[in-house]
Design a protein around this ligand. Structure first.
Ligand code: MN
Ligand code: MN
Length: 456
């Protein structure tokens, strides 16, 4: 078989295309980790999940979610077996590379107002200039209120941009190495140019006017930027790519593509043997640390809550639950790109249309930092995937010593469970727009369903 497309009949093709429509809708409404959590909760509640609150007893088939500060989520479908016998876990991250607004961002320079930023995650900074950017996020005020912000997604919304130097005057810039073509401290977003009407000679009148607008529209003062989380992201919707509509281009495939497919699989789990879990985590792009990252005690605490109401509470049960669990840590893989074949080793590259990508290991410079999944566990995965006719490929992120990357796999593996990296191949990873194959999206979703149901 060359690609999975060859095996799809007309009926399956319809399902593949329809699944991607739902995925695109998710992407368009989940451009930040907070939005991804809100959208996931909405989908989960529609599927019969409820927040784990004041629960005294649980039984097989119950569906709960735990919401961690609106930025990460753990969802459970209780299995017939006690939780300490182990869970089947799907994990993915919902934060994506972007440009964050600083805490003291606004300044005026010769009649223009700019917002200072600090980028989040690994980006080629020059890719984020000269393009329409939307502002998504929250402003938290001292009185405890919170304003949700989303500017730039409606057709008649204003947008902001980070300017680029015109080619005519870019002689010096063009001779710099790619990493410095645009410097981090030069990522300043243009946000306004009309001065406030005022009789007296006011300092920074354009900034004053902009603050008046923010006050009127969002009830915020300049100081409220200090307790705001505002993210600049590419505006616009995810689109079909290719004249045959075989691919999706959109912002934030990494890693909402694995988050959505994992979530979709979990929402269909009904009374499984082993408890089914989906973890959607924040902060992967900056090291999985912090209260909402994969290294947080949040997941373990959620398991403890469930064990507490399942029967007699015992700390050892939590340890058993974790060590008897199996996990697919799902994150995007580097898709083979005919424009840059030299970075891959052909036998281990991930190809569009060849199904879900499993990576035994990730890391860099001799697998460093990687969870190198046990062969015994991989054998089981091969077996259940083959039995269910799921199309998969075993891949690596690029040639040896070409670079590399990490995922959340090692974090959960450190709790002594079996974890393997899985996911969907994308082109242009970490660019403002990334590309993935609809066939791989569909096969990943199928693989996740099989894993939840049949892994033991
Ligand atoms: Mn990722
Ligand atoms: Mn990434």
């Amino acid at each position: 078989m060359k690609t999975v497309w060859e095996k799809y009949d007309a009926k399956t093709m319809k399902k593949v295309m329809a699944f991607s429509e739902d995925y695109k809708d998710f992407l368009d409404h989940a451009k930040t980790e907070r939005e991804a959590v809100s959208k996931s909760i909405a989908l989960a509640e529609k599927a019969g999940f409820r927040e784990f609150k004041d629960v005294r007893k649980i039984k097989a088939g119950d569906k709960f979610y735990f919401n961690n500060r609106g930025k990460s989520l753990a969802l459970f479908v209780i299995g017939k077996q006690p939780i300490e016998e182990g869970m089947n876990i799907l994990g993915a991250h919902i934060d994506s590379p972007r440009i964050d607004v600083k805490q003291n961002p606004l300044y005026e320079d010769n009649g223009l107002v700019l917002m200072d930023t600090h980028y989040y995650g690994g980006i080629k900074k020059y890719q984020w200039t000269a393009r329409p950017l939307a502002i998504h996020g929250v402003v938290c005020k001292k009185d405890g209120s919170k304003v949700e912000v989303c500017i730039g997604e409606k057709d008649d919304d204003p947008i902001v941009e980070i300017s680029d130097l015109l080619i005519h005057l870019a002689k010096d810039q063009m001779s710099k190495p790619g990493s410095n073509v645009v410097e981090g401290e030069d990522l300043n977003a243009l946000a306004g140019s009309i001065p406030a009407k005022s009789k007296k000679d006011e300092k920074d009148p354009v900034k004053k006017n902009l603050l008046d607008i923010l006050k009127k529209d969002y009830g915020m003062e300049e100081a409220d930027f200090i307790s705001a989380e505002l993210e600049l992201v590419p505006c616009g919707k995810a689109r079909d790519l290719g004249l045959d509509r075989s691919m999706v281009m959109g912002y934030g495939h990494d890693d909402r593509i694995c988050a959505y497919t994992s979530l979709a699989a979990l929402l269909e789990s009904e009374k499984p043997e082993r408890t089914s879990v989906c973890i959607l985590t924040d902060k992967e792009e900056i090291g999985s640390i912090g209260s909402t990252g994969a290294q947080s005690a949040f997941f373990e605490n959620s398991v403890a809550e469930l064990i507490n109401v399942q029967g007699e509470y015992n700390d050892l049960k939590i340890r058993h639950a974790l060590q008897n669990s199996r996990m697919l840590s799902s994150d995007v893989s580097a898709a083979y790109d005919p424009n840059y074949p030299q970075v891959n080793e052909a036998k281990s590259a991930a190809y569009f249309g060849k199904g879900i990508s499993f990576n035994k290991y990730t890391g860099s410079r001799g697998k460093s930092g990687s969870n190198d999944a046990p062969a015994e566990f991989i054998a089981k995965i091969r077996d259940i995937m083959d039995k269910n006719d799921v199309v998969f490929q075993f891949t690596e992120l690029g040639r040896v010593d070409q670079g590399g990357g990490g995922t959340i796999a090692y974090v959960l593996a450190n709790k002594n469970m079996d974890v393997v990296d899985a996911g969907i191949a994308v082109q242009n990873m970490h660019a403002p727009y990334e590309t993935a194959s609809k066939a791989d999206i569909y096969e990943a979703y199928r693989a996740y369903k099989v894993f939840l149901k049949e892994m033991d």
